[in-house]
Design a protein around this ligand. Structure first.
Ligand code: IPE
Ligand code: IPE
Ligand code: MG
Ligand code: MG
Ligand code: MG
Length: 302
């Protein structure tokens, strides 16, 4: 990843978006109070406000904007998706999984608090996401809310992120070929990218064609995103990444770098981004920000 990455124009856009999103998080997360259970709320807030690029909620917000949906709705859906992503990171870092001490530049949730609290914080972020999605404040139309719940649940569960994480762990002891590695990465990371884009399209009651185009775009950038994460694990900078790097090969993780080597993994990620931009060609200038996201996905240092 080159130094020019630091000036990537999307970084400022994402930072501005994060400021808006953080206000919504503050409204929707339980307040740490004097009650007995407040340690749980503190742990949830700690991990959410530790930061992160906020790329998935940005996709939701941006696709919803393409269909002129009020941010009153799209920000709540964006929050729900980022809560699920944050939960997945808290659990991913646990000793039973990747056993990491650093996340988003800070001690991981189980290091800052303890393992049991980190497990509960993850559980509670996940369930809060669905409480938010099913709330009429998220959209007055219950059919739309139900569709959001359905696609986001599927993308997070056994046919999505959690299923992918299972393969990821099994693959530490079993060598995977290209097809299985694509499946692993698509489930673990790609499906939530797809749900993030489709959520905006569902809010916008987009046509089947528009939804199909966004879905193809998101599968391509989601896979490219995880390939880049694997590349950064090999040649990234820990300070910029805010997490421990150089761990995948020692843990025997199934990555594209392991399978294809760095150069070919990069070529593959680039070809996915070219494909992604083709899928959204028909949206014209309306999809300019999505094109910027696609470029950012492979040209980032964190
Ligand atoms: C990290 O996701 C986990 C992967 C799926 C590679 P991000 O790189 O989006 O992490 P944050 O949200 O910016 O911390
Ligand atoms: C995790 O993938 C993806 C999730 C679904 C949380 P990684 O294990 O590669 O993510 P990092 O490198 O710890 O962020
Ligand atoms: Mg992992
Ligand atoms: Mg990890
Ligand atoms: Mg990684």
């Amino acid at each position: 990843m080159s130094e020019s990455v630091l000036q990537h124009p999307l970084i400022t856009t994402l930072e501005n978006f994060s400021t808006i999103l953080d206000k919504e998080f503050d409204k929707l997360l339980p307040q740490a109070s004097v009650s007995l259970e407040s340690k749980l709320y503190e742990a949830m807030r700690y991990s959410v406000f530790a930061g992160g690029k906020r790329i998935r909620p940005f996709l939701t917000y941006t696709t919803a904007n393409m269909f002129n949906i009020s941010s009153e709705y799209s920000l709540r859906v964006a929050v729900a998706i980022e809560l699920i992503h944050t939960y997945s990171l808290i659990h991913d870092d646990l000793p039973a999984m990747d056993n990491d001490d650093l996340r988003r530049g800070k001690p991981t949730c189980h290091k800052k608090f303890d393992e049991a609290t980190a497990i509960l914080a993850g559980d509670t972020l996940l369930t809060l996401a669905f409480e938010i999605l099913s709330d009429p404040l998220t959209h007055p139309n219950s059919n739309i809310r139900c569709k959001l719940v359905s696609i986001i649940a599927r993308a997070s569960g056994g046919y999505g992120m959690a299923g992918g994480q299972m393969i990821d762990l099994l693959a530490e002891h079993q060598k995977l070929g290209l097809e299985d590695t694509i499946r692993l990465q698509t489930l673990k990371t790609g499906e939530l990218f797809v749900a993030s884009c489709l959520a905006g399209a569902i809010l916008g009651e987009a046509s089947i064609n528009a939804q199909g185009a966004l879905k193809n775009y998101a599968y391509a950038i989601g896979l490219a995103f995880q390939i880049t994460d694997d590349i950064l694990d090999v040649e990234g900078n820990e300070l910029a990444a805010g997490k421990k790097l150089h761990k995948d090969s020692s843990k025997g993780k199934a990555t594209f770098v392991e399978l294809l080597g760095l150069a070919q993994a990069k070529e593959y990620a680039e070809s996915l981004i070219t494909d992604a931009n083709k899928y959204i060609e028909n949206f014209g200038d309306n999809a300019k920000l999505l094109q910027d996201v696609a470029k950012f996905v492979i040209n980032r240092n964190h």
